[in-house]
Design a protein around this ligand. Structure first.
Ligand SMILES: [Mn+2]
Length: 227
């Protein structure tokens, strides 16, 4: 039995492997289940297969369920339409756990887009230069388009560094030495000076999750289908 299990970016509604997440959750033994955002894609429909089964499982198991909102839920999900599903669910923007002298800060990570100055500057530059606008258009803008593709990897790199730095700072602000987030869809666990950074990954490509045991040990794991 785990102390807690963390999942993010399941993206119900656009994921292909609903059966897999259902199988995983049915077998899971944990005291707390922490869903760290973008669990439901904004494009979800009430006809999305297995959506009711998914909510039934997360609500009916013995664990304490914590549902942290991601950008997909916050910005675009029609909560009225899905009110029945979210009934009796503890919905939060962030959460924290104290264990064995460690403090874990958990958030989805999308506030980065509103709060981080480097992210804002890059966005501003992309808009001003119109590089992104021309990426798919005609020959006339070929040079802009080529430039866009040339600088894209560099921008990605800068944004990644900026993102993990943002998460680190948010953890420190709250007196936490461990930060768990999602949003990037890139499962990762690494020590950043005085904060351990853990990204839950996603269930579109990776089927990854993070476990916390009673000794305070955190591990990043990948779920594989049985048989
Ligand atoms: Mn997200």
């Amino acid at each position: 039995m785990y102390e807690a299990v963390f999942l993010s970016d399941i993206h119900f509604g656009i994921m292909q492997n609903e059966a897999l997440i259902l199988e995983f959750l049915r077998e899971l033994k944990t005291k707390k289940l922490i869903l760290a955002g973008d669990v439901i894609s904004f494009s979800v429909k009430d006809t999305t297969p297995n959506l009711d089964t998914f909510f039934n499982i997360i609500k009916s198991q013995d664990w304490e369920l914590i549902y942290i909102l991601g950008n997909h839920e916050k910005e675009s999900l029609n909560f009225e339409k899905f009110a029945n599903y979210f009934k009796d669910i503890n919905i939060l923007n962030e959460y924290s756990i104290d264990i064995n002298g460690n403090k874990i800060h958990i958030e989805h990570g999308d506030n980065f887009h509103y709060k981080d100055p480097i992210n804002k500057a890059i966005k501003h530059f992309m808009l001003k230069s119109k590089l992104k606008t021309y990426k798919k258009s005609s020959k006339k803008f070929k040079s802009k388009r080529n430039l866009y593709y040339k600088i894209k990897p560099l921008i990605k790199k800068i944004l990644y560094k900026s993102y993990i730095n943002y998460i680190k700072k948010e953890a420190i602000k709250r007196g936490a030495n461990i930060a768990i987030c999602g949003h990037l869809h890139e499962p990762e666990i690494k020590q950043l000076s005085n904060v351990k950074y853990i990204n839950c990954g996603d269930w579109i490509k990776n089927c990854s999750y993070v476990t916390l045991n009673s000794n305070g040990v955190l591990e990043l794991k990948y779920y594989k289908q049985k048989g």
